[in-house]
Ligand binder design. Sequence first.
Ligand code: HEM
Length: 373
Amino acid sequence: MDLPIPNPDPIPVPGEIGLILFLLYLTFSIHVVLMNILLGGLVLTFVSELVSRHSGSPECRHRHEHLAERLSHILPFAVSLTITFGIAPLLFVQGIYGQFFYTSSVLMAWVWLGVLLLILIGYYSLYLYTRGFARFARRRYWFIGISLAMFLMVAFIYVNNLTLMQTPQKWLGIYTGTQGSGWHWNLDEATLWPRYLHFALSAVAVAGMMVLGLGLRERDEARAAFMCRWGGSWFLGATALQIGVGLWFYYAIPGHLRAIFLDQEGAARILFVSAHVFFTVGALCIGLASFGRAGARTGWTGIGLILAGIAEKVINRDQLRQAYLGQVGWNFTTLQTAPQHDVIALFFVFLVAGLGLLAWVIARYRRETAQAR
Ligand code: HEM
């Protein structure tokens, strides 16, 4: 059957495919970690907000209020950095998979465009929470709750679009079924919910890891112990649930596609297996550091291993997308390339300069807030 897949963009890809994929993996890995800090951070702030209101113990209330305030100062930065580090992979995805990504975005156009409105509401609501922490003390949980709901919805829309783009077999039916109205959710996709939950749990785990990291750097001993235990518990709880959700996700992928993770000769298997080894050893280190059985160095090693595993999963995710698209005859040879090395070199210069500037701003911010305390 002829599928309504548009031709690749007539403008050639502006770099070797390997280089563009490398840039996609690099920038998307950063996006994913920041997005996890944002989404999971919102969950943990919301929970601390509730505990600080309803706990019977004044000490517990105080600790959670302090944690909620601390996180609330990190989250607005996480929003802006998530967006900034979303734009770069967006360019690379369009460069390589444009013919699929544009079509799925058009099929669910209104839902997709809704992302802008949701981010706007989520961002303002978060600012009201952070800036009005003392002023709106009694009602501020509404702001963090609204922000959490908005960003959870944004992530759900992304998962809808990115699963729809890799199943062009469904497009014609959707277009005729919706009469091209642009109102479509990809809800009949078997991997949709496990994939979404996989991202959501990963977000909670990474945010837990961040709280552990804050605890490892905290000077006040009682606060440090609380943050390490609390952050570590969220990390370990979400990771334990991830085992079930991960298996659900794996078995929801059609057998002939997930076979790439079993192929003895393929790179996908090496990445898949080593990512899980990193997650297991990383979780062990984090568990030991969180509950005082090992020092800060073990905790940081665990955090490093988990981040390395996430980067490997980012590549695995793209390899799976290539397997999906291979079913409709797509592969890299269908793309033309015309490398523009000067432009790519410029991109690297700005990327390194931008990251350097960011590191400087964060260092300066930390210095000034430490002096103001
Ligand atoms: C601020 C809230 C955001 C959240 C919570 C969020 C969440 C997500 C999630 C969950 C995915 C993975 C979806 C999947 O693979 O099924 C994703 C992918 C992606 N996001 Fe974000 N995102 C946000 C903002 C943005 C923005 C503003 C941009 C671009 C300007 C962006 C660009 C991307 C791109 C390009 C991908 C896919 C990369 C690829 O397929 O290789 N994101 N996002």
